[in-house]
Each structure stands twice: as structure tokens, then as C-alpha cells.
Design a protein around this ligand. Structure first.
Ligand code: ADP
Length: 889
């Protein structure tokens, strides 16, 4: 026990222990206890009959007597009168109420003044009523004459149902001596009191007589003499009393001697609590003298940690007179402290005043240690049950009581305080399908002498679901093998089972996946293989690999050896790099020479190739590279053919453009000469010509102009095609441009009877653009409008829209089929209709116009309704933004 656990002080961590603990008196100290109890009864004082009753009771209590009796001697009548009777008979007026000295065994003990002791009551001739003794099971009888200084004062006797030991008989003898002394003292006190009252009565009478018979001097004299005699008598009585007291003192000495010879530690203290006596056992135990221990000297043998509590209890008893009981440690002579149970009882006189204290101290060290060990192991058990996640149960097999720890609540939801503490609760919550098996199993272990049991089953939770549990128990048996209790622990393995199932599911999933992967590997139309280790040994190939690559015995050989024809390709170094860096190599087109089927010929092959390093497999140092390749030899060949054809076509185109440009230039010079001369002829230079030939000259001029326009368009187109058309932006007077266009086309419109409408707002004075190109586009658009319109009008309008100049060319002509709206911007595209006259164009005008527009940073679009007319809209930026170099028109 630690310092914190001195009696009465609160103790940390453990349950408070009862302040007073009842400890059975050890067998060997039965006599000691008797002696103390008798001593206590004797010293308590009061009416003699009560004192004797106390002694008889003590004998019955401490010696387990059937009954005990005390008779005192009526000296005058020589009759023993029953004064006290305890045990199975307590009446005083039965047949043994008055026993003449010499009669029966009691009277015989008195007359012979010798104790009579027997452990064979039934065989004893002195026992008168053998039938009674047999019936009551009496075994032992002990009777003692009560004798003081040769004077018989009474008899003490007892019957017991068990044999009495020598030690008991010795103790009884001492008790008898004590009782005899008490009776004798009582007698002497009675005699003294009687003598005193006699004397007082006599003196009173004498005084009365003296008062009445003053004259009767003689008489008075006589009375005085009588008084003197009475006083002498009184003195004698007093002397006798003195003697009796000395006797009593010697008796007390004998009591001390008795106490000394007791195996128990005994002490006495006066009413104020000053300890004045320690028996021999005490002195031996502590190695100290009475002088060292008396009064408060015993403090030195109390454990310092226990002292405060000890003092408190003892002072409380001194103050209140209450008995006390206390557990504390005393220091043995060797310095070791041992636990004792100490009791103290106040001894009172007839008036209830405390006369003294008597106490005993019983060593309980071993019990205390056992108790402590038990408490520690219980505490540990509680701690363990609290610390574990398992549900711990404790089943008392004799009562079927079953207790759970707190985990029952955290695991299954039941509060241990709320569930009935019986085994039935467990039975009831096991799944009905498991119950019979589980209950039979556990009982087979208990009844079959087994020690351990375990089982798995389903256990109902508070939420109505069943938990999968694993339960284990240990049977505890007494030495004869009888099962006493069973302690077990239950684990909720629902989660574990679920995880196991999940793992199983994932495993089978992985297996399926693996099979699928194998299928893919086998059935894939791509070449697939695994190269292993730094030498890239071909370890696995799929059927496609085997068929396509045409290396029948590749497996098991290094890459370099399988493909010696790759030596020049750089692939060996690349593959090493993939292996060392772990970075994949992807090339959609690797072209290498390859020899298939040992043909002896190198074939130019192309592959869409992936080399993918795989993470190292567990327990394997060498890494794998997954090969995935699709042969693209045919595609590469086809593409190369197409490329070659395109290049040839582009070359031809360039030649054609060059040819056209040259041709156009060569054609323009003679055409200009033709136009010049026809103009002169029409003007009558060098001389006027008649109307008929003049009309023919005009037509020659028109056709020449038309031809020139065509040549201009072709020239522009070829320049655009060749990317040689350059933008030459300048500030342009808009009205000038539109008037020019009008001047050129008004005559044609008028000729066809068409109204020519021109509309442009005055404030639109100028813009920055290439005027030649703008003019060319507008002439083309307005020209088309006139060309494809038979009646109605053509209109040209100009407006501004933010930073843009918007030109609209509208006509009421034949319109364009919606499905041709985009085609007309393609070069050499003309819409074939009855009304359109193909001969009048090249199909290049719109194509050239749109390309020029884009070159100038603008856009050209058309809206048209077949049969109703068309509107072309040209949008150009007000400020020329030259196009980036190389951006195609
Ligand atoms: P061309 O006028 O030399 O045939 P264009 O490229 O200028 O070549 O025009 C291509 C075709 O677009 C014309 O042949 C004609 O069918 C159609 N087209 C152009 N402008 C108009 C228009 N205003 N109305 C009807 N059709 C037109």
C-alpha cells in the first residue's frame, strides 16, 4: 500500500476502502480475546450480577461454549446461588438455581475445591443427565471452584460441543481466578458498607440518646464506649478493606501477567488516553521498554504516514468515548513496518464514566498484502478491459451472471449498465442460425473439461444489423475441476470480413483484367513484344509480331542479334537510352531496312513505333520494355508517291504561270496598238470614213478592249498565284474612282437600256488603299452587273461603316442559284445558264477580285435571288493594313 492509502485518507485511483474492516480473530488468539473480554467485564464494575453475566457471555462468545454459568456461595446457608447464565440457558431459577455445597457436580466442585474437566461428557459418571448430554451433543465440561485466599466464593462452569484444549482450560482457569477476585472484592465492599452503615447507625443512635439523655452520663459513657468500639471495629474493617485492595492489586498484577503471556498485543490507557500498559508481546515486538512507549511514546512506532489519521481517530475516541478500530503500520524491532488492525474499547463504571481503555493490536500484514495484490490485479483487469477494443465478458458459471465491459457499447451499441447481467442476453443476441451450434460448442468445452473455446458467429447490434464476431473464452476451474467462471473477448470482424471479400473481389477482377490484357496482347493487330534487361532480350512476342516481323526464332535472343540490319539506324542507342532513362520513345514513322523470313533481301520498312519502359516487377532487378509497333510501310510508300505527284504538279503550274505572264505581256503591246488605231479611225484620222466601215472599226476596238481586259485578268491572276502581286497603298479620292468606273460602264448600260444609279455621300472624300486594284474590282463587279442584267438597273453605292468603306453593287439581273454562290469565286468558274453568255468571260473576274480584296485587308461577299438580281458587297478598311508577308490572298 502506498503512502496515500493510510486509513481514512482518500486514495487516488482505487475505490475507497471501508473505514472499519471486520477482521476475524485468528484461531490462536481465541484465549487472548477471552482474557481481554473478561478483563474488560471485570474492570467495567457495577452490579456484581451484571459483571458475572458479562464474564459468562465472554466465555460463551470466545470459547464457542454451549453455555456458561457462575454461582456464588451463600456462606450462611452453604448453598451455591446461580448469578449468571449465558448461552443456550439464560434463566436463573431452574433446578440449578440453588445448589447445596456437595450436591451434584457443581456442589462437588465447591466442596472439593478442585476443578472438574472432561472432554467426554457422555462417559462422565458425574454428569447426572446423560440422555440430555447425548441429545444436546455436549462433548466437554469445565467447572472451576472460585476461591480467593482459601475462601470459597462460588463456582464457574461451562458445557461445550467441542473438546477443550489445554490452552483453553488454562485460560478458563485464569478467568475463574479473575471472577473469584471480583466476587471477593464485592463481598468485602458489601461487608465494609454494612459495617460502615452499622457504625453510622450506632453513632446516630448514640447521638440521639446523648441528646435525649444528657443527664444519663453513664449511659452516655457507655454509648461513647460503644462508639469507640464501633470505631475500632470500623478501623479493623478498614484494615480488612485495605487488605482486600492489596489483594485486588495483586489480582491486577496477575491480570498483567496473564496479558503478558498472551500471544496478542494488548495495551491499556487511562481515561485521558495516556497509555500506561503494554503487554510483553508488545515489548518483544518493538524491542522497546514500557517506559519508552508509555503515555505518547508509542508515536515513535507508528508509520509517519499513518500518524495523523491515527491521532485523529484516537483523540476522537478519547473525546467521545466511542470504540475505535483502525488499520495502521507499526514498526517492528528490525525496523520493518507491518500492518495491524487495532481496536480500543472504553471501560466504564456503573455511572457510565470512562475508567480506562483496553486495546488489542492484531497483525494483518499478510491479509493486507493479499488484499492489495487483489486490488492491483483487479485494477489492472479493469484497465485492460478498458484499454482493449475487444468486448470482454465475464461469466459466473455458478450463477449464470454475465458482465460486459464498456466496449459492448462502442462495438455493438448496448450500454453494459442497461443490459441484463445474465447469460441469456448473450444467447438471445446470437443469430438464430448460429445459436444452436455456438451454444452447444461452448457448453461442450465447459462440460468436457476443456480450457479454451473459440467460435465465429453473428451477433445482433442495436441498429438491427448483425456483426460478424470472433469470440474466444477461457474456462476457470477450481482444483477439483469444477468450472467456476469463463472470461472471454469478442472481436467485431465485420469490417475485416468485408475487407477480405473486397480483396477477393479485386483479385478476381485483376485476374479478369489480366486475362483480357492477355487476349488483347494475343489478338492485337499491332506488333507487341517485351524486351527484357539491359540487352533487351526478346522474352515475349504476340502472334502479330511473329507474323509481321518475320524473325521466327527471336525469342530468347538480344535485340541486336535479332535485328543486325538496324546497326546503321541508331535504334540500338535509342533502345539503350529508353532502358536507362525510363522515358518512352514514340515515333510515328521509323523507316529501317529489314530482312524478313531469312530472305537475304533488305526491305525498306516503316513503323509507327512505341517503346514503353515498364516499372520493374517485384523481386526482379531487370526492367522490361513493351514494344508496340504498327507497320506503315504501305502508307509511307503511298504518301511518298502522292508527294512526288504534287511536286510535279506544282512545278507544272509554275511553268504555266510564267508562260501566261509572258504571253499576256507579249499580247498586250499589239492589242494596245490595235485599240489606238481603231480609236483614231473612228475619230476620222487621218480622214473620215463612211458610217458602215466606221461601225465595223468600232466593233474591232470593243473586241480588242475586251481581249485586253481578259489578258489583264489573267495577268493579275498569275501574279496572285505566284505571290507576286504587291499592295501599293495611297490616299485615294473616292468620288474620282467611282466617277471613273461610271464613265467606263455607263455607255454599256445605256446601250442595253439599263438605268445606272450611282450613290455616294459627299463627306466620304478619301480612303487609303491601292487605287488600281480598287478600280479593277469595282469595274469587274459593275461590269458583271451590266453583263448579267437585261432590264431594270444597276446601282453602285458607297458608305462608311466605322473604320470601313462599304461598296454595294446591285442589279436586277438573272441572279445566281444558291448552290453556285461560293463556286463563282473559284477561278475559271462560270454558271452555265441559257441567258449567261459564256463567251463574254474567263471565269477569273470574281476569283481575282476576292483575292485582291483579301490582299487589301477586306472582304467580298454576295447575296442573290435567282431571277431577281444580285448584290455584291465589298468592305475595305479605311486605312490600309498591309497583309503579313507570305499570307496567301
Ligand atoms: P466571267 O464574268 O468572266 O464569267 P466572273 O468570275 O466575273 O467571270 O464571274 C463568274 C460567273 O459568276 C459568271 O460567269 C456568272 O455566271 C456569275 N456572275 C457574276 N456576276 C453576276 C451577276 N451580277 N449576276 C449574275 N451572275 C453573275
Amino acid at each position: 500500500m502506498t503512502d496515500a492509502q493510510t486509513p481514512g485518507s482518500p486514495s487516488a485511483g482505487l475505490e475507497p476502502r471501508p473505514h472499519q474492516r471486520i477482521t476475524p480473530v485468528p484461531e490462536h488468539s481465541r484465549e487472548a480475546a477471552l482474557t481481554v473480554a473478561v478483563a474488560a467485564a471485570l474492570t467495567r464494575g457495577g452490579v456484581l450480577a451484571h459483571v458475572l453475566q458479562g464474564c459468562a457471555q465472554a466465555v460463551v462468545e470466545h470459547l464457542d461454549a454451549a453455555f456458561a454459568r457462575v454461582w456464588t456461595l451463600n456462606e450462611a446457608e452453604q448453598v451455591l446461588e446461580l448469578q449468571a447464565s449465558a448461552g443456550m440457558y439464560t434463566h436463573l431459577d431452574g433446578p440449578h438455581g440453588r445448589v447445596p455445597v456437595g450436591a451434584f457436580k457443581i456442589g462437588m466442585i465447591a466442596s472439593q475445591r478442585r476443578p472438574h474437566l472432561t472432554n467426554e461428557v457422555v462417559a462422565d459418571p458425574r454428569v447426572s443427565d446423560h440422555a440430555w448430554a447425548l441429545r444436546e451433543g455436549m462433548v466437554a465440561f469445565a467447572g472451576y471452584p472460585l476461591v480467593v485466599e482459601g475462601r470459597l466464593v462460588g463456582v464457574m462452569a461451562m458445557f461445550a460441543r467441542r473438546p477443550l484444549s489445554d490452552a483453553t482450560l488454562d485460560a478458563l482457569g485464569a478467568v475463574a481466578d479473575g471472577i473469584a477476585l471480583a466476587v471477593a472484592r464485592e463481598w468485602m465492599e458489601q461487608e465494609r458498607d454494612r459495617a460502615l452503615s452499622d457504625a453510622l447507625e450506632a453513632r446516630q443512635q448514640a447521638e440521639e440518646q446523648a441528646a435525649e439523655l444528657e443527664m444519663q452520663a453513664e449511659e452516655l459513657q457507655t454509648q461513647a464506649l460503644q462508639l469507640e468500639e464501633a470505631q475500632v471495629e470500623l478501623e479493623m474493617q478498614a484494615q480488612e478493606l485495605q487488605q482486600a485492595n492489596e489483594e485486588l492489586g495483586r489480582g491486577a498484577e496477575r491480570m498483567g501477567f496473564m496479558m503478558d503471556s498472551m500471544p496478542q498485543k494488548v495495551w491499556t490507557a487511562d481515561a485521558a488516553g495516556n497509555v500506561n500498559f503494554f503487554n510483553q508481546r508488545w515489548l518483544e515486538y518493538t524491542g522497546l521498554s514500557t517506559e519508552e512507549l508509555r503515555d505518547w511514546g508509542w508515536q515513535r512506532i507508528i508509520h509517519p504516514d499513518d500518524w495523523d489519521e491515527n491521532l485523529r481517530v484516537w483523540q476522537n475516541s478519547i473525546a467521545t468515548g466511542d470504540d475505535f478500530q483502525l488499520e495502521h503500520r507499526f514498526r517492528r524491532r528490525d525496523g520493518a513496518y507491518r500492518w495491524h488492525l487495532s481496536r480500543g474499547v472504553a471501560q466504564r463504571d456503573g455511572a457510565g464514566t470512562i475508567r480506562m481503555w483496553v486495546g488489542t493490536n492484531t497483525e494483518i500484514d499478510e491479509q493486507k498484502r493479499n488484499e492489495q495484490a487483489l486490488r492491483t490485479s483487479e485494477a489492472r483487469y479493469r484497465l485492460v478491459t478498458r484499454a482493449t477494443n475487444d468486448v470482454i465478458w465475464d461469466w459466473d458459471l455458478s450463477t449464470d451472471e454475465l458482465l460486459w465491459n464498456e466496449t459492448l457499447e462502442t462495438t455493438f451499441g448496448y450500454s453494459p449498465a442497461d443490459v441484463p447481467p445474465i447469460i441469456q442476453f448473450w444467447y438471445d443476441h446470437v443469430h438464430s442460425e448460429d445459436r444452436d451450434r455456438v451454444v452447444e460448442g461452448i457448453h461442450a468445452v465447459i462440460d468436457g473439461g476443456g480450457e479454451t473455446w473459440s467460435d465465429g458467429y453473428r451477433f445482433l447490434r442495436t441498429d438491427g444489423r448483425y456483426a460478424e464476431v470472433l469470440d474466444r473464452g477461457i474456462v476457470n476451474r477450481d482444483p477439483s475441476g469444477t468450472p467456476l467462471r469463463m472470461i472471454g473477448s469478442m472481436q467485431d470482424v465485420t469490417e475485416r470480413r468485408r475487407e477480405e471479400a473486397e480483396r477477393e473481389r479485386l483479385l478476381s477482377l485483376a485476374r479478369t483484367e489480366r486475362e483480357r490484357l492477355e487476349q488483347i496482347f494475343t489478338a492485337a493487330p499491332a506488333v507487341m513484344a517485351i524486351y527484357t534487361g539491359p540487352d533487351h532480350v526478346v522474352t515475349l512476342v504476340n502472334p502479330t509480331w511473329a507474323e509481321t516481323v518475320g524473325k521466327p526464332d527471336a525469342v530468347g535472343r538480344p535485340f541486336r542479334e535479332v535485328f543486325p540490319e538496324f546497326a546503321e539506324s541508331g535504334l540500338f542507342a535509342l533502345l539503350d537510352e529508353v532502358y536507362e532513362t525510363g522515358r518512352p520513345y514514340v515515333d510515328p514513322e521509323v523507316t529501317v531496312p529489314m530482312e524478313r523470313w531469312e530472305s537475304g533481301e533488305l526491305e525498306e520498312t516503316s513503323w509507327n513505333l512505341v517503346w514503353l519502359p515498364l516499372p520493374a516487377r517485384e523481386g526482379q532487378a531487370e526492367r522490361d520494355i513493351l514494344v508496340h509497333a504498327v507497320e506503315v510501310t504501305q502508307q509511307v510508300r503511298a504518301r511518298r508517291a502522292v508527294d512526288a505527284a504534287r511536286e510535279a504538279a506544282e512545278d507544272a503550274n509554275r511553268v504555266k504561270s510564267g508562260f501566261l505572264a509572258t504571253m499576256s505581256h507579249e499580247l498586250r503591246t499589239p492589242l494596245n496598238a490595235m485599240i489606238g488605231y481603231t480609236d483614231l479611225l473612228q475619230m476620222g484620222v487621218p480622214e473620215p470614213i463612211p458610217d458602215g466601215p466606221r461601225e465595223q472599226v468600232r466593233r474591232i476596238g470593243l473586241s480588242a478592249r475586251h481581249l485586253l481586259q481578259l489578258i489583264e485578268e489573267i495577268l493579275t491572276f498569275s501574279r496572285l498565284e505566284a505571290g507576286r502581286e504587291v499592295l501599293q497603298a495611297e490616299e485615294v479620292d473616292l468620288s474620282e474612282v467611282v466617277q471613273e468606273v461610271r464613265a467606263i460602264l455607263q455607255p454599256l448600260a445605256s446601250e442595253k437600256g439599263l438605268h445606272f444609279d450611282l450613290h455616294h455621300s459627299e463627306e466620304l472624300s478619301s480612303m487609303e488603299t491601292d487605287p488600281r486594284k480598287l478600280r479593277q474590282i469595282l469595274i469587274n463587279l459593275v461590269g458583271n452587273a451590266v453583263k448579267f442584267t437585261e432590264e431594270g438597273m444597276v446601282a453602285l453605292s458607297v458608305r462608311r461603316d466605322d473604320g470601313w468603306i462599304v461598296f454595294n453593287v446591285r442589279d436586277t439581273g438573272i441572279g445566281i442559284d444558291p448552290e453556285h454562290l461560293e463556286a463563282i469565286f473559284e477561278p475559271f468558274q462560270q454558271v452555265e445558264t441559257e441567258r449567261a453568255k459564256r463567251a463574254h468571260g474567263t471565269g477569273l473576274g470574281l476569283s481575282v477580285s476576292r483575292r485582291l480584296t483579301r490582299l487589301m485587308g477586306g472582304e467580298l461577299v454576295v447575296e442573290s435571288t435567282l431571277g431577281k438580281g444580285s448584290t455584291f458587297t465589298l468592305r475595305l478598311p479605311m486605312r490600309a493594313a498591309p497583309m503579313a508577308q507570305g499570307e496567301a490572298p
